[in-house]
Design a binder for this molecule. Structure first.
Ligand code: ADP
Ligand code: ADP
Ligand code: MG
Length: 452
């Protein structure tokens, strides 16, 4: 198959906030013009000011704006864009949208529709991973299964188990279950919830791992069959299954396990002919030192700057080049890993409950100095709207080793000021001071234990 080579002149970014700005920056360095889209609630947003032009695609509610496919395609049409970058969240893993882009003669900056379809669904992708000889947790497919059969399979697995929505994402659609009394009502409720939230009520059950780390591997692939990894990220610090602090390298992996997990990710990406940036997520059981494939995110991820810090590779720049049909500029041996990097997700939220706390920012001071990067979209005088994700800033810190990274991160977070709204900045500072965090002795349950 011959790959059509293109040169984008103009890219439309179908997203908002920090990731829209992040994409604008890479486009600019590549000499590509940018079009942003916005809802009526985002007229004062920085991504609108920073893009070369912006088109209003609808009212505040994202189903009418950032998820409004006809409006977004029309915006690309009237501005003469060649390609659409979906960012993360919103339409980034929507195969119908990717397909429609191609039908309209627009390049979807991401993997092929086939890759999104085969890896986007948690059940489908487990089947694929198994075929690729990548270890996964055996799922119980509850669909159309009689209760007696579910009961006997769960008994074999043993509690605790986890119910998951096949189409779930963003840490939603999941529940840990410890007994049959909990199981039946939870299945009914989660099925309804998943249908409402993701448009698909398909659920499955798998073994709940009690003491895991979340380890994921960054993949970089082009349309010519070249697949490499850019190392792992450890995203174990989570609140309600949502990542809040990510770091690399993982402090718990041995050289051997690191090599195994990275090559498993490459093997899976090659198996599905993956052709863009993507992330293969694993659970690493600290008790048995075994890892299991969890899901693949067929898009750029929130925590990609951690890997950019470790490798110096502009992941979004390469993603755009690969969408143009360029051959990858990197071989595996070109990737050199250095430093320890941590990313802190700063959310506009009530630190006690974790509930969103949008509103007017009376003062924002962004940290600076050696080893710091901030990817944010807020400014003094900006009002964080209540309609979207609560993440307002990512602070990325690097130093020559983990201890120095922690020391530097404390300095950096102490410099940061966000006034007028509540944030989780204080929680991050507490984590950095905690001996269990410093000694890397924690699992994904870390915050649920600490916050009690
Ligand atoms: P990452 O793996 O990049 O860290 P997250 O799981 O934090 O991704 O999700 C990134 C963003 O996308 C968040 O704003 C999250 O709420 C949103 N998101 C991810 N998947 C979905 C989904 N299936 N439905 C709705 N929102 C999602
Ligand atoms: P999402 O699409 O929401 O990102 P994932 O399948 O990636 O969903 O899982 C999100 C988080 O839930 C993981 O990072 C992990 O902390 C937890 N998790 C998922 N599967 C299991 C499991 N089998 N046992 C324990 N924790 C799990
Ligand atoms: Mg995940």
């Amino acid at each position: 198959m011959t790959i059509e080579k293109k040169k984008f002149k103009k890219v439309l970014i179908a997203n908002r906030g920090e990731i829209a700005i992040r994409v604008i920056r890479s486009c600019r360095e590549l000499g590509i013009e940018t079009v942003s889209i916005h809802s009526t609630a985002d007229e004062d947003s920085l991504h609108v000011k920073m893009a070369d032009e912006s088109v209003c695609v609808g009212p505040a509610k994202s189903t009418f704006s950032y998820l409004n496919i006809p409006q977004i395609l029309s915006a690309a049409d009237i501005t003469g864009a060649d390609a659409i970058h979906p960012g993360y969240g919103f339409l980034s893993e929507n195969d119908e949208f990717a397909e429609m882009c191609e039908k309209w003669g627009l390049t979807f900056i991401g993997p092929s529709v086939k890759c999104i379809q085969s890896m986007g669904d948690k059940i489908e992708s487990k089947i694929t991973a198994k075929k690729a000889n990548v270890p996964t947790l055996e799922p119980i497919y509850v669909k159309d299964m009689p209760e007696s059969e579910i009961e006997s399979q769960v008994r074999t697995l043993g509690f605790p188990v986890l119910i998951k929505a096949s189409a779930g994402g963003g840490g939603r659609g999941m529940k840990r279950i410890d007994s049959f009394d909990e199981l039946w009502p939870a299945l009914t409720r989660l099925q309804e919830e998943a249908k409402a939230a993701f448009g698909d009520g398909t659920l499955f059950i798998e073994k709940y791992i009690e003491n895991p780390r979340h380890i994921e591997v960054q993949i970089l692939a082009d349309k010519h069959g070249n697949v490499i990894h850019l190392g792992e990220r450890d995203c174990t610090i989570q609140r309600r299954f949502q990542k809040i602090l990510e770091e690399a390298p993982s402090p718990v992996l041995t050289k051997e396990v690191r090599e195994e997990i990275c090559s498993a990710a490459v093997r899976l990406a090659k198996f599905v002919h993956y052709d863009s940036v993507g992330t293969v997520e694993f659970l690493y059981d600290q008790d048995t030192q075994k890892f299991y494939f969890m899901e693949m995110n067929t898009r750029i991820q929130v925590e990609h700057p951690v890997t950019e810090g470790r490798t110096g590779v502009d992941l979004i720049g390469e993603q755009i080049r690969h969408a143009q049909g360029d051959i990858s500029r990197f071989k595996q041996s070109d990737i050199i890993f250095r430093n320890h990097v941590m990313e802190f997700r700063i959310n506009a939220e009530d630190p006690k409950t974790g509930m969103p706390s949008p509103g007017y920012i009376t003062h924002y001071h962004r940290p600076g100095g050696i080893g710091v990067r901030t990817d944010d979209y807020i400014y003094t005088g900006y009002t964080v709207p209540p309609y979207y994700d609560s993440m307002i800033s990512k602070i990325i810190v690097q130093a020559d080793n983990r201890d120095n990274c922690i020391t530097r991160a404390k300095r950096v977070l102490n410099e940061t000021v966000v006034s007028g709204i509540q944030t989780n900045l204080g929680l991050h500072k507490e984590i950095l001071d905690d001996p269990d965090f410093v000694s890397s002795q924690f699992s994904t349950n870390y915050l649920s234990k600490k916050l009690n």
